[in-house]
Design a protein around this ligand. Sequence first.
Ligand code: COA
Length: 178
Amino acid sequence: MTQNENRTGRNSGPESKWTIRTADEADLDAVSDLEAECFPAAEAATRESFAQRIRYYGDCFLLLFEDGKLISFVDGMITDEKDLRDEMYEKADMHDPNGKWQMIFGVNTRPSHQRCGYAGILIRKMIEKAKEEGRLGVVLTCKDKLVHYYASFGFQNEGVSEESTHGGVVWNQMRITF
Ligand SMILES: CC(C)(COP(=O)(O)OP(=O)(O)OC[C@H]1O[C@@H](n2cnc3c(N)ncnc32)[C@H](O)[C@@H]1OP(=O)(O)O)[C@@H](O)C(=O)NCCC(=O)NCCS
């Protein structure tokens, strides 16, 4: 994948351009702020957690900017483990760049920009990236209300996760196998 990619946004005026790129330390504030805007405190990853994630796998973040502002992002480590476990969220050093599975830990779009297709662009891009890198597939967990959404990209629901219970929520594990 190229580091920077410019395209015209779907719902924006023809002059509006968006950019997708991976993350580095300078993105920490923007990423943490957007997470806090999108998730309740019990489920939101902290700034410290993002600092570690970006340090270990900033290249596994995809950030979408419009006019220089962060609109949406997706992130997750790579691992040989088949199932997503809560421990992975906090232990960024579990990232294995040579691993088989691309995990997706978070998908966030600024509330003012939701339902315009931004997360969809990033999810498809993450799938494409994982394919290009020779992974076996992509794994995520989500609440019941988003199962149909991820299914629309080809993710299959494997049922309620026994490995992930963070925030006291019931999470479904979903997977695309290439
Ligand atoms: C879930 C979330 C990431 C989706 O982001 P988004 O950028 O709004 O996603 P999209 O625009 O790709 O799709 C959202 C919906 O808008 C629809 N949509 C996409 N483009 C559209 C368009 N041009 N016009 C109208 N609707 C559109 C999609 O079909 C989807 O509809 P559905 O829910 O009926 O399937 C966002 O709502 C969010 O950040 N929520 C809070 C955090 C969260 O729960 N994250 C998921 C963790 S598992």
